[in-house]
Design a protein around this ligand. Sequence first.
Ligand SMILES: Cc1cc2nc3c(=O)[nH]c(=O)nc-3n(C[C@H](O)[C@H](O)[C@H](O)COP(=O)(O)OP(=O)(O)OC[C@H]3O[C@@H](n4cnc5c(N)ncnc54)[C@H](O)[C@@H]3O)c2cc1C
Length: 404
Amino acid sequence: MVSMADAASKTAYDVVIIGGAIMGSATAWFLTENHFDGSVLVIERDPTYTACSTAHTNSCIRQQFSTELNIRISQFGAQFVKNLRGYMGGDERVPELGIQSYGYMYLADTDAFADALRAAQKVQLAAGAGTRLLTAQEIAAEYPFYAVDDIVLGSINTVDEGYWDGGTVFDWFRRSARERGVEYVHGEVVAITKSAAGDRITHVTLASGKTIACGQVVNATGPRAARTAEMAGIDLPVEPRKRFTWIFKAEAPLDRELPLTIDPSGVHFRQDGPDTYLAGCKPDPDPAVDPTDFAMDHGLWETHVWPIIATRIPQFQAIRVVTEWAGHYAYNTLDHNAIIGPHPQVENLHFLNGFSGHGLQQSPAMGRAMAEWLTHGEYRSLDMTPFGYDRVARGEAFVERAVI
Ligand SMILES: Cc1cc2nc3c(=O)[nH]c(=O)nc-3n(C[C@H](O)[C@H](O)[C@H](O)COP(=O)(O)OP(=O)(O)OC[C@H]3O[C@@H](n4cnc5c(N)ncnc54)[C@H](O)[C@@H]3O)c2cc1C
């Protein structure tokens, strides 16, 4: 862990980013990349980062979304990951990364679901993705370990889709941003103060009692985003929702890589290490939880997850869990999608929230977009306007059908 100062060196900054995990750090780094002409402070309540979403992620990337914008966002994510060193100015300390492209295998067991996969594939192909639709027989031929009796259609893309090393990208966003002059401070924002007219944030207050004046503020507080917005008197439809992960070993490992398989039940599982696999699912019911609640539901594996895996892959009758954890999505209850950009009335308050289950892969594109807005007052690469807070205010969902 790189140490973090307990006090900021100044009392005012041009940009204050609340939350220094992958979204806050991506924004900070892209600000330096844009040669942002101003001071930047990242305020982080937990310098160990042990409780944040970024620390509990499954770190996968896909192009199988149903909307072009989400596909483009992940395509930039893939380019960024594969060219991390180049983006970081050719710095030889930065490792060369790749994507373990075993693909996501969506399995449809109804005609309606199959139609949704067909419709999404059209959008994906038009955006340049390599998605293939497979009949049950074709799935069985390529991946003989699946039981496909109930399957109508499968959809898979093995180009830039699979696992990537999110931890390393996060480390380098942070490390490089700091080396280029961004200041990080250990502290918890407990209050946000608006101007008398209520149209600007003037300063934030830390738990230590110190105040920091700000030109612009970014809410990058993950599952705590609604609490942060509430400090400014603003409603944000983002809740901490628990998601479970299990790493397991199989007595008889598969003879080829296991795609990230989205079973029709909603349980998903994929290759992890050379002889380990990862499974994930949500609780049912799926309430908002306290962001400090990391308790596992130990019964869920035995009663729900393992039977589903063993039915879909009979070779996985004999498997054993080697580790498990619970983490939190910053779950956007309106439409599971990002909320990015300024508040319509409090214009120097910017959201970078609600990424639900796909924020890690979106961090390069979202960090770049947020930095463009802060630097130029407009998006210059990908237009993120459809993800703006305005739709939240209007209650209009940005419909993305491929949600995990
Ligand atoms: C189990 C699981 C699996 C996932 N799998 C994937 C996947 O395969 N692919 C993918 O793309 N995404 C995945 N995600 C989602 C992804 O991990 C998140 O969207 C992403 O990490 C969000 O990053 P963030 O920086 O917005 O939030 P976080 O990582 O939660 O960071 C928020 C930071 O803000 C800080 N903070 C909060 N409040 C304050 C305050 N008041 N003052 C100061 N600091 C504060 C916190 O300490 C924290 O460090 C998964 C998530 C989970 C939980």
